[in-house]
Design a protein around this ligand. Structure first.
Ligand SMILES: [Fe+2]
Length: 294
């Protein structure tokens, strides 16, 4: 089979055909898909009915798996999935819906804010692979926004202003936006802010992008209101319609996105009433974007 990639959006998103991701992938095809990810930012694969192990094996063509620890408030004993998988469902370990006021559900609602996965880690994630195992009857689309195109569209003064800026990212900030502020001491420690460059350059394409996320709460050297005002304005710009693709899920879809170049968010659905089983593998990044203060 020959891999074919069809562009689905003016700026980004490729739909990949001619590959069964459950079979062994050749080195050449692995390289092709990595380059396609750099170029397209989002890759869509259809009809990939994975087992968890098959998903984990395929994911490794993009790099090393980032363990799903430290990124949520679910205790280890309550995990439904292997630690190599992030549980993006609304289910508990017995497969039951999380209750409407369940603390884990409240925390997971943060996925409805625009973000880049694991930008709150010292080394932010390279990419994420999300496999759709079941869908809700309506809603629950995922939107993606392409940051290189958003960067290119900035005026020259803004590009110069943000070039060297360093931001602080934390789950405390993103959840705080939804009014989720009651964290245990352990969680506050685990979610301590980390530093990230605001402008990143893709090594393969050479394109610059704005490294935005709802996890951002401050800019080093700036007063908080001024920092948040700039970030809010950049977020509005970067998530405006020309830079956004919306994906409506079918069972068997696999979507891979580059967290270095894209933001994403899930749209509202009735998650307290209907199961939606989505399983994510995350590929770790390889370097910090800036030195850390601690
Ligand atoms: Fe996410």
């Amino acid at each position: 089979m020959t891999i074919v990639i069809d562009r689905k959006h003016e700026h980004f998103v490729g739909e990949v055909s001619g590959i069964d991701c459950r079979q062994a992938v050749t080195k050449e095809d692995g390289q092709l898909l990595n380059e396609a990810l750099d170029q397209f930012g989002v890759l869509i694969f259809r009809k990939q009915a994975f087992t968890d192990l098959e998903q984990i094996t395929f994911s490794k063509i993009f790099g090393e798996i980032e363990l799903a620890k430290g990124g949520n408030v679910t205790k280890d004993k309550d995990r439904r999935l292997d630690v190599q998988m992030a549980d993006v469902s609304n289910l508990d370990k017995d497969g039951n819906l999380l209750g409407r006021s369940d603390r884990r559900r409240m925390f997971n609602l943060g996925n409805r804010l625009w973000h880049s996965d694991s930008s709150y880690r010292v080394i932010p994630a390279k990419c994420s692979l999300l496999s759709c195992r079941s869908v809700a009857s309506s809603g629950g689309d995922t939107e993606f926004a392409f940051m290189p195109a958003a960067y290119d569209a900035l005026d020259q003064d803004t590009k110069m202003e943000i070039e060297e800026l360093v931001t602080e990212h934390s789950l405390l900030y993103s959840r705080g936006q939804l009014g989720f502020t009651e964290f245990e001491d352990e969680e506050r420690k685990a979610f301590a802010p980390v530093r990230q460059r605001l402008v990143r350059t893709n090594e393969f394409t050479g394109r610059k992008s704005i490294f935005l996320s709802s996890h951002i709460g401050s800019i080093i050297g700036w007063e908080i209101p001024e920092a948040r005002d700039l970030i809010r304005e950049l977020m509005e710009h970067a998530t405006s319609q020309p830079f956004v693709y919306r994906h409506s899920w079918s069972v068997g879809d696999l979507v891979v996105w580059d967290n270095r170049q894209c933001m994403h968010r899930v749209r509202r659905f009735d998650d307290a009433s209907e199961p939606r089983d989505m399983r994510r593998t995350t590929i770790a990044g390889t370097a910090k974007t800036v030195p850390q203060s601690n």
